[in-house]
Design a binder for this molecule. Structure first.
Ligand SMILES: C[S@@+](CC[C@H](N)C(=O)[O-])C[C@H]1O[C@@H](n2cnc3c(N)ncnc32)[C@H](O)[C@@H]1O
Length: 245
């Protein structure tokens, strides 16, 4: 289950890639705009502000997220079931496709179905080999829940460019250095991961085992990401693809 409040903890750091992504979309007057995996909709609303004439829709599989979304066209739905409409001129999907198995095949299908001139813009985290994720896999293995984590479910920019070779592709990666303040007993990277990567592990464990795993992962993260000047430096690689059809 997604918890909108936990996910929003590092809202500023999490929203920057969205704005870096959509700044590369050149559409001027799109008819319909869809945000796939829109979460609680704050970022989707910025698309409606940018293109006030467009029909902007946000789709997310989490009823908790959609319940927080407020006014606008927000719907509970599965990205895997989504198909473009004939007037879908912009598709945005930010930090969501890593949760959708087989998303590469979907991208190919969407590009084939989108109207000429449409834009498809996606961003996924590319940090599955980072110390944070390696430690998570090790600790989850120790607690017998390693199988709920997936191995690197995303590709490199060049792979996406190959996949979408029929479109005009702009693909890149950026490693953001998040300087997370140390403002409580929990390691800030642990708090960050609770909003996303740790969710399947939490769901697979009882309360006591979860408390123990959390403590153990926190200890290991504190070694990998030491505190300095009251903060922790957390490099975070992200992968971006913008395709024009
Ligand atoms: C990390 S959040 C990103 C939210 C928002 N796009 C943002 O940038 O803040 C990932 C979102 O993807 C949604 N999600 C995951 N799998 C999905 C699926 N198969 N279909 C629709 N939404 C999905 C989750 O519910 C969650 O809200």
């Amino acid at each position: 289950m997604w918890d909108p409040m936990v996910y929003r903890r590092y809202g500023t750091e999490r929203s920057r890639p969205f704005f870096d992504l959509v700044s590369r979309i050149g559409a001027t007057a799109p008819r319909a705009v869809t945000d796939l995996g829109c979460g609680s909709g704050e970022l989707t609303r910025t698309l409606a502000e940018r293109w006030p004439q467009a029909r902007v829709t946000g789709i997310d599989s989490s009823p908790e997220m959609i319940a927080k979304a407020g006014p606008g066209d927000f719907r509970v739905g599965d990205i895997a079931e989504w198909r473009p409409d004939p007037d879908t001129d912009v598709v945005v999907t930010n930090a969501a496709l890593q949760w959708v198995p087989g998303h590469q095949d979907m991208l190919v299908r969407w590009v084939a179905a989108l109207p000429a001139g449409a834009w498809l813009a996606m961003q996924v985290p590319g940090n599955f080999d980072a110390p944070s994720h390696r430690l998570l896999r090790a600790v989850a293995g120790d607690f017998g829940v390693g199988d709920v984590l997936r191995e690197a479910p995303v590709d490199d920019p060049a792979d996406y460019a190959d996949l979408l070779a029929g479109a005009d592709v702009d693909a890149w990666e950026t490693t953001y250095l998040h300087l997370l303040p140390v403002d409580g007993p929990d390691h800030p990277v642990l708090r960050w991961m609770e909003g996303t990567a740790l969710r399947p592990v939490r769901a697979a464990l009882g309360d006591d085992a979860w408390t123990d795993l959390r403590a153990e992962l926190g200890r290991r993260l504190a070694e990998a990401y030491p505190e300095g000047h009251g903060r922790v430096a957390f490099p975070f690689r992200r992968i971006f693809v913008v395709a024009t059809i």
